[in-house]
Design a protein around this ligand. Sequence first.
Ligand code: SAH
Length: 223
Amino acid sequence: MDKEVNYQSERQRMVDEQLLSRDITDKRVLDAMRKVPRHLFVPEEHRHLAYSDCPLPIGQNQTISQPYIVALMTQMLALAGQESVLEIGTGSGYQAAVLSLVAREVHTVERHENLAKQALKSINKLDIKNITVHVGDGTRGWPENAPYDAILTTAAAPKVPQPLLDQLADGGRLVIPVGGRIGQYLESWHREGKDFRHKQTVAVAFVPLLGEYGWKDDTWDWL
Ligand code: SAH
């Protein structure tokens, strides 16, 4: 069988067995997960595992999240299609590609220049036009294009970085893993004027968000 066809049927099965069978119900999110070729964001040596129910290494000690977690976080943002979204932690670019299909524009920030370059290559290869990849410390957000209707952080913070709350538009949502080194909870924040409401949801395990308003390189080792 043609390899591409193979990947497509693996992708359909991923959606059926890992997303529909759990609590992913947002049709636009499910459609995006059916479309984005996840295997193109995974290093060659792990490609055969691209549609498995697990995270995978992408180099620089970083990982591409499990498909279910990508879908869940996207669903939690409750996007309708016209939003400007900020992602912190570009990694492979896969989550940004999923977001690009359910929002108007995506700004994504990565601290590792090599990962940002590789992600941009994958995004260009797929001819996706509404993603901008920035290199820098995403714990400061990305003030140039603020405010954002939605912000997604795909690395774990000890607490919510204040700049991210500041850069959230009125009515906007922020989803971020918050906790310690071993595990965190996904938090969902909602801005209403000057008020921020938040709730804790599922337990997760993400790589650290390193930077001015995140973990400091040296503290991470000890906590
Ligand atoms: N969303 C990615 C997975 C991200 S893994 C994907 O779909 O593949 C978390 C990423 O956050 C890593 O690439 C890591 O380098 C990055 N990161 C950690 N701290 C950061 C910071 N302060 N600013 C930007 N990126 C950061």
